[in-house]
Write a protein that binds this ligand. Structure first.
Ligand SMILES: [Fe+2]
Length: 542
């Protein structure tokens, strides 16, 4: 098949994005369009890719709707390679998902949908390369919170034409009621959510996804690149685990009903492929990037996570209870992936032929202890970050206990099992993580200090990071790095994304930031890069 010859400028203009270098709102999928939620592609394989859209039913219509789709080698849709028709209806919220097959490996394609006289925006996608690949580039994102700001970060990624796939590591939506975990400025410029209440039912989750999908940056990034996504907690409820969530109580009904509803809506609204066994909870899956890297997407949240331990509930006086707490924390029965997923991961690492094994997952694997910042912090009189609260956290850290029990630090035995599998199979492990809203890089090590791989963690698209702790970011990063031997880099104050470039010899993580998410006018900022050479598991500033 002919290589892509149209210029990037032409592609972006047709996709509704200004060609000035500044990315304008995605113009094509306006409110009047029946395709007002845009288009998306995802889960690329060497011969196929998932194509997604949603059609808004005509006023008063409630029956099935027919939607045609086509995939072309060229932007003018003169060289069509495959096309078809799908019927959608209210049972899947009028979403449309096609697994378009018969494609060539490592190629760029364009796609669009139509229904009657309505035509969707054009999307661009790319299949996985087959073999002999020398370079791979991924864009990694997480924590895109609509009532916290504009999705400027997505615009930045949409404007790139050298990205093979966008990895979304979760918190694609947030579940809170209007005004909950929101920035008043963002709400004032129109980023308020529907429904207004906290989302619990299937209809609620669907309606929330629909609001997010109107955001121009989100539409632009979906239209520009295939996405490989996994959920974290907020696609269901805060700090979710297998049998519950911090932000769920019995007055809201059964957790299992809520979990099922959130998963159904996610699968309807995201361009992901169903599991072969049809289990909607089974989102863990892998992608072979042309023999260069095996991308192993994990679910550290819903399918197997044991009940979290909480300092507030399970640790009385840190000075006297730390040993008992530590023993509970290290209980080998506690799992974060569940046994079936861990077995599957072990099998993937065992059979991997690629130089790199990349874990796309939600929460930090690197060990983090809170440093002493009492001398440099300004504490508010109220809220979660008062001086007494900080002193208690510090007394926990002084007992050698970790900062964030919601991360792999809360499941140390499960983390050791993953590292042991990597060591047994000679893996070059790269963990990619989201969740914290901050940028991090770690040299991972097991409990005995043996190197286990590296970790790059992406900042959030819009959710606030540790700037809410009133410590100058440079000092905060210095203190964290000094207190944590695995940690080599922290950015605690900026929204952005992570670019990961892989070659057979090295893997490089580069952080990108935006100056603000509270205005559509912003500047991109180039952050630092850290590199690891294959077989070394030690990051160096690139
Ligand atoms: Fe988040």
């Amino acid at each position: 098949m002919a290589k892509l010859t149209v210029s990037r400028r032409r592609v972006l203009q047709t996709m509704g994005v200004a060609a000035s270098g500044l990315v304008a709102p995605f113009a094509v999928a306006g409110n009047g369009s029946r395709f007002r939620h845009g288009v998306a592609s995802g889960d690329p394989l060497a011969d196929r890719v998932i194509l997604w859209t949603r059609i808004t039913p005509k006023a008063g219509a409630s029956g099935p709707a027919e939607v045609s789709w086509e995939v072309s080698e060229d932007l003018a849709f003169k060289r069509i390679v495959t096309r078809g028709t799908e019927v959608t209806d209210a049972d899947r919220d009028y979403t449309v998902k096609v697994d378009a097959s018969g494609l060539e490996a490592g190629e760029t394609y364009f796609y669009r949908f139509s229904a009657g006289d309505d035509t969707s925006p054009v999307g661009r996608t790319r299949t996985l390369p087959k073999d002999g690949v020398r370079a791979l580039k991924l864009a990694v994102v997480s924590c895109s919170n609509y009532p916290q700001g504009y999705f400027n970060v997505y615009h930045e990624i949409a404007a790139r034409d050298d990205i093979h796939a966008v990895l979304h590591l979760g918190d694609y939506i947030y579940e809170y009621a209007a005004g909950g975990y929101a920035n008043p400025h963002a709400v004032n410029f129109g980023h308020h959510v529907e429904p207004e209440h906290e989302i619990v039912t299937l209809d609620d989750y669907r309606a929330r996804h629909a609001v997010y999908k109107t955001e121009p940056g989100l539409q632009a990034v979906h239209a520009a690149h295939p996405m490989i996504a996994v959920w974290d907690d907020h696609e269901s409820a805060n700090d979710s685990w297998r049998h519950g969530a911090e932000n769920h109580d019995e007055t809201q009904g059964s957790w299992y009903d809520r979990k099922r509803a959130s998963v159904q809506a996610y699968r309807e609204w995201l361009p992901i492929r169903d599991a072969e066994d049809g289990d909607p909870l089974r989102i863990y899956r892998h992608f072979d990037f042309g023999g260069l890297a095996d991308l192993i997407m994990l679910d550290a949240r819903l399918i197997g996570r044991s009940e979290p331990l909480l300092y507030a509930e399970h640790l009385g006086d840190p000075a006297t209870d730390a040993e008992r707490f530590r023993n509970a924390l290290h209980d080998p029965q506690r799992t974060i992936l569940g046994n079936a997923q861990l077995d599957w991961l072990n099998g993937r690492l065992q059979s991997a032929q690629t130089p790199w094994q990349i874990l796309g997952q939600q929460v930090l694997m690197g060990k983090v202890h809170l440093p002493d910042v009492l001398d440099v912090a300004r504490f508010p009189a109220e809220g979660p970050f008062t001086r007494p609260a900080a002193e208690r956290l510090l007394s926990i850290a002084e007992q050698g206990l970790p900062f964030n029990l919601d991360a792999w630090d809360g499941y140390p035995a499960a983390r050791e099992r993953v590292f042991a599998a990597g060591r047994t199979h000679g893996s070059n492990l790269i963990s990619l993580a989201g969740d914290t809203h901050n940028g991090w890089a770690f040299n991972l090590a097991d409990e005995r200090g043996r190197p286990a791989g590296v970790e790059f963690a992406t900042p959030s698209v819009s959710s606030p990071g540790m700037e809410i702790v009133a410590v100058p970011p440079g000092i905060l990063a210095e203190r964290f790095v000094a207190a944590n031997p695995e940690l080599v880099y922290l950015d605690s104050a900026r929204r952005g994304w992570l670019e990961v470039a892989i070659t057979p010899e090295s893997a490089t993580g580069r952080w990108h930031f935006v100056t603000t998410v509270l205005s559509r006018t912003y500047q991109p900022l180039l952050g630092p890069a850290w590199r690891v050479h294959a077989g070394e598991a030690t990051l160096q500033r690139a």
